[in-house]
Design a protein around this ligand. Structure first.
Ligand code: ATP
Length: 265
């Protein structure tokens, strides 16, 4: 029996792969309390690609960590696949994430002593699931790594390592995939390949993707861009172009510098 109860309130989660209701996150630091997130609410439909942007320190990584169940909000709730995730023990959260949530990190987070195939199937192994080698090879073929199954991460380029990380996330068939600066450590070509694969995960497999990025070109691959400033959502751009994203970011950064965040972008 699963520990988390389905959400049956009047706000309605139907069709929403991910929903955040008034999520706040406060950190205690030597200088006092930092309000990293200040009442963030959003609802993302199935099979959509959302980029999250904002000035440094605006709360992007905190938002991703809380939405992905890697950290707990101070208040508010996170609903994935119609089930509330907030709260619970670390073991319960880990079980909840399995099969629902995939994560792609900026620095790949591969284990250096495991091969490509072993890294890609690690989550299944940790969950005690049977490894379907044919399926794993199929996913690795799709990300262009058929010839590299027995290589170690150190024998791969950055772009190839990130493709292993994408395969690792895809193999568990998650409802929602989170990517934190997935192209931040890659050259232009590596970044382009990774963005194409992430787009494919949404368009072909119907995954819901949330990606934090500083790069307007990367953000322009998404269906929409959400802008954060001082821990609040302050704007949204649908069908973004790189130029429109860059322009909005410039205005937002100027507003933050001038203390005019509440004007919206
Ligand atoms: N563990 C922590 N302890 C204390 N403060 C934290 C912690 N993590 C984040 N913060 C603070 O919370 C705020 C939001 O940080 P966060 O990393 O989410 O921002 P960001 O938008 O991702 O920034 P960047 O673009 O620079 O990566 C910042 O003021 C940061 O200093």
């Amino acid at each position: 029996m699963f520990e988390y109860e389905p959400v049956t309130d009047t706000l309605g989660s139907a069709g929403h792969a991910l929903r955040l209701d008034m999520v706040t996150k406060h950190y205690r630091s030597p200088g006092g309390t930092v309000q990293a997130l200040n009442g963030v609410s959003l609802a993302l439909e199935d099979g959509t690609f959302t980029a999250v942007m904002g000035p440094s320190g605006s709360g992007k990584s905190t938002l991703l960590q809380c939405a992905a169940g890697l950290d707990s909000p101070t208040s508010g709730r996170v609903v994935v696949d119609g089930l509330e995730m907030s709260g619970g023990t670390e073991a319960q959260l880990t079980r909840f994430r399995r099969g629902r949530i995939g994560f792609v990190f900026q620095h790949f987070n591969l284990l250096p002593t495991l091969t490509v195939l072993q890294n890609a199937t690690l989550q299944l192994r940790l969950a005690g699931k049977r490894i379907d080698r044919a399926h794993a090879v199929q996913v690795l073929t799709r990300v262009g790594l058929t010839e590299r199954l027995d290589h170690l991460p150190a024998q791969l380029s950055g772009g190839q390592q990130q493709r292993v990380a994408i395969a690792r996330a895809l193999i568990t068939s998650p409802r929602v995939m989170f990517a934190d600066e997935p192209t931040g450590a890659l050259d232009t070509r590596g970044a382009r390949d990774v963005l194409a694969l992430l787009q494919e995960a949404v368009r072909i497999d119907g995954r819901t993707l949330v990606m934090v990025t500083h790069d307007p070109v990367a953000a322009a691959h998404a269906d929409q861009v959400l802008f954060l400033a001082d821990g609040r959502l302050v704007g949204r751009l649908a069908d973004p172009t790189a130029a429109a994203v860059a322009d909005t970011m410039t205005r937002l950064t100027d507003q933050v510098a001038g203390g005019r965040v509440n004007e919206g972008v």
